[in-house]
Design a protein around this ligand. Structure first.
Ligand code: AMP
Length: 281
């Protein structure tokens, strides 16, 4: 595995590979890698010749400076994991490589309200930061395919919108959520939970499952109420919504929508966890 810390080094290497006709799959991450991230790499390996993983904790998407400071950074461990599954290239830049001082300022695009609901309501400006970094990384890597996780449902929906907006010739591949054996969605933030706490927060997955089981018998409002009350027993759910998978807007009557998803964000033991489940598609 090659490791690059500069844009120039990375691009020189990728240009050589592109000239040989190799297809490139790109997986942007913020590091503290777990099996969820590795499943994106594995998916990319099936579809592309070359896998490029970036590890960059992007300051522009954190609305909370404390959250940015607390974000786990374990580059050596991450590099080991990527190497062990035969990742081709790791790109681990410093902030000045991604945002050079002389670069044109980023002009936020119209996200048609996709950024204002759910996560956007609680993390103002977050998705402008996400779009900014993903666009910049795509400009640097120029991949054929981009791999993102279903775990961040709103994020991949917005990036799909951005790809369309800029008419990029990049295919977005969405990879299913990897979970712990107890159902907890894998997340870099889970590191901040004890073993016991990780066991207890499986309630998030169980609640999503219950909502899916009951979806044909109840209205969205009833399902949301049931979920919020189950989660509120021990945690602080920020939201639990039943949404249309395309527009991200809340639904009333599930029968009127083809693609329905339950999405949630929950504070548990000082850690903000997000999860979702496709109810029907
Ligand atoms: P992050 O490092 O949290 O920015 O995540 C990088 C990528 O990995 C994003 O596309 C996430 O959606 C994806 N990802 C994170 N957790 C999981 C998971 N449990 N299963 C699948 N993909 C995931």
């Amino acid at each position: 595995m090659k490791i690059y810390k500069t844009v120039r080094g990375l691009q020189n290497h990728l240009n050589t590979l592109k000239k040989q006709g190799k297809s490139i799959g790109f997986i942007p991450t913020m590091g503290a890698l777990h099996d969820g991230h590795l499943s994106l790499v594995r998916s990319a390996q099936k579809k592309c010749d070359i896998t490029v993983v970036s590890i960059f904790v992007n300051p522009t998407q954190f609305d909370d400076k404390k959250d940015l400071d607390k974000y786990p950074r374990v580059l050596e461990d991450d590099a080991q994991k990527l190497k062990s599954i035969n990742t081709t290239v790791l790109f681990a830049p410093q902030v000045n490589q991604v945002y050079p001082k002389d670069a044109k300022p980023f002009k936020a695009i119209d996200l048609k309200g996709l950024d204002l609901v759910l996560e956007g309501e609680f993390r103002p400006g977050h998705f402008d930061g996400v779009v900014q970094v993903v666009k910049r990384l795509l400009d640097i890597v120029n991949p054929d395919k981009l791999f993102m996780g279903q775990k961040d449902f709103q994020q991949f929906t917005i990036i799909q919108h951005m790809i369309k907006h800029f008419k990029l010739k990049i295919k977005l591949v969405v990879v299913p959520i990897m979970r712990e054996p107890n159902g907890l969605a894998m997340s870099s933030r889970n590191r901040r939970l004890s073993k016991k706490q990780r066991e207890e927060v499986k309630i998030i997955f169980e609640t999503l499952k219950k909502v899916k089981e009951k979806h044909s018998e109840k209205t969205a409002q009833q399902l949301q109420k049931m979920a919020m009350s189950a989660l509120s027993k021990n945690y602080k759910p920020e939201y639990f919504k039943i949404i249309d998978g395309k527009t991200l807007l809340g639904v009333d009557d599930l029968k009127k929508h083809k693609y329905v998803v339950a999405v949630t964000a929950v504070w548990a033991h000082g850690v903000r966890l997000i999860d979702n489940m496709i109810i029907k598609k």
